[in-house]
Design a protein around this ligand. Structure first.
Ligand SMILES: *Cc1c(COP(=O)(O)O)cnc(C)c1O
Length: 458
């Protein structure tokens, strides 16, 4: 297909939805480090994980060798409600930038939850149902993950219990009501429903909660209620596996139009969308079949990759979850309160951490005002109101396209547009009112987080 014949949107048809997820770990020469039991310091076994996660998901979590996991037909059928997602050629953005670069994005915001998180939510809910469980518990901050999970649970007739960080519960009533509409029960965290919640309330009366605390509550309920398990929307190996659907579809669409991306860009919170988007491309890179520049983009206010340590750390602030070896700012790190754009997690997927450590991908940090500038330019040119998280990737894609303008290179740039920003209008309001500022943590700020890293060999 000649360059100017490339359609605005390349859709696969329903039957071209990938039939298997791709497990990037199978092609990694250095495998990601195993999760450790915080009590014993030894790698977690399947037996230790099955009281928390369902059995098939534990199998997926621990399997570093199987390259392809067939996608069950029921999940494929659910995917058909909102997939395949389009690969869009950003002609309008290219025109505004007057760049010779060809910009493409894979748009994952075309479902009610508004993000890619639904790709893993349906898989995790499906395996819980298969195991005969009654329900699942989880935590949610801003609410994208809780919304996605409630949609998946409603479809499968599974009970869904969401602990929502209290400050979000009160300040983001719209997401809360979407979850309730899909039948989920939503509890502001910390709550009096759990031992850990009561303890936190007693020690810090009036606290507005944190993600770490909500995780602790969700895990407690899952492990102490028969027929329930806990599910998590990012970071874990199983989540990256499910999200490989994004990259597999993108690759198939590129093959259809005869294009190969040169640069692949994604925002990175816990790493699930980026890990999913890059997986088949990184697989080719690892096998020596092709080369791609891969760029993770994170907020300058929460710079896990670019300023973090590669070390074992807790995944939660409550320090009850397993230890993961990852780029981390320390589980006690909390981004500055003026940080508006998501991607707040202190750590990073162990898979991406290992790939970054091995020099197979790049990372950069961007400041939030420049992220919202990019979001505004994108909304005005391409029409879609992007999620603040996704706008980190837009920022980097625009910067790369402008570099091409200087050098005259006609690079193919792909970025992941993970979601829409309709529920993030308070952040947009701040930007529009000129009240948004940037905060970059000092080295001393970061040292405080590193001081809390557990002492673990490896
Ligand atoms: C949750 C979320 C992210 C970040 O999570 P990852 O696991 O790093 O992908 C990015 N974009 C949107 C829209 C999200 O909801």
């Amino acid at each position: 297909m000649s360059e100017n014949n490339i359609p605005y949107k390349t859709y696969l048809n329903e039957n071209e939805i990938p039939k298997a997820w791709y497990n990037l770990r199978a092609d990694m020469k250095t495998k990601p480090a195993p999760l450790l039991n915080p009590g014993t310091g030894k790698p977690l076994t399947a037996e230790e994980l099955t009281p928390i996660f369902c059995e098939e998901l534990v199998r997926q979590e621990l399997d570093n060798d199987t390259a392809y996991f067939p996608i069950p037909q029921d999940i494929v059928d659910f995917y058909k409600m909102y997939r395949p997602s389009p690969l869009v050629r950003a002609y309008c953005l290219e025109k505004v930038l007057d760049t010779p670069a060809k910009i493409y994005y894979k748009f994952e915001g075309n479902n009610t939850s508004g993000s890619h998180k639904l790709n893993s939510a349906i898989a995790q809910a499906y395996y819980a149902k298969q195991q005969g469980l009654k329900g699942v518990t989880t935590e949610t901050g801003a609410g994208q993950w809780g919304t996605a999970l409630s949609m998946a649970c409603a479809y499968l007739g599974l009970d869904c219990k969401v602990f929502m960080v209290k400050v979000s519960y009160e300040q983001k009533p719209f997401r809360r009501e979407v979850m309730r509409t899909y039948g989920a029960s939503v509890t502001p965290s910390p709550s009096a429903e759990t031992a850990v919640g009561r303890k936190i309330l007693a020690e810090h009366p009036g606290t507005t909660g944190s993600l770490g605390c909500a995780i602790s509550e969700a895990v407690e309920v899952a492990t102490q209620t028969p027929g329930y398990r806990y599910v998590l929307g990012s970071v874990l190996n199983q989540v990256l596996l499910h999200q490989s659907i994004i990259g597999l579809e993108a690759k198939a669409a590129f093959d259809k139009i005869g294009v190969k991306p040169d640069i692949i860009i994604g925002c990175a919170g816990g790493g699930s969308n980026l890990g999913g988007l890059i997986s088949p491309f990184m697989g080719e890179k690892l096998r020596g079949e092709a080369d791609y520049r891969i760029i993770a983009v994170e907020p300058a206010s929460c710079p896990s990759f670019t300023r973090g340590r590669f070390a074992y750390d807790f995944c939660d602030t409550g320090m009850i979850c397993p230890l993961a070896k990852m780029y981390t700012l320390g589980s006690g790190f909390i981004p500055s309160p003026n940080h508006a754009g998501g991607l707040r997690f202190h750590g990073m997927s162990t898979i991406l951490s290992q790939l970054y450590h091995d020099g197979l991908m790049e990372a950069r940090a961007v400041e939030q005002t420049s992220v919202f500038e990019a979001a505004e330019l994108f909304a005005r040119s391409e029409g879609i109101l992007p999620a603040p998280e996704s706008s980190h990737a837009i920022r980097a894609a625009i910067d790369e396209a402008m570099r091409c303008k200087e050098t005259g290179e006609e690079k193919n740039i792909l970025f992941g547009l993970t979601g829409t920003g309709y529920f993030d209008l308070t952040a947009y309001q701040k930007y529009n009112d000129g009240e948004m500022s940037d905060y970059i943590p000092t080295d001393a700020d970061l040292e405080r987080g590193f001081a809390g890293l557990p002492k673990v060999e490896g």
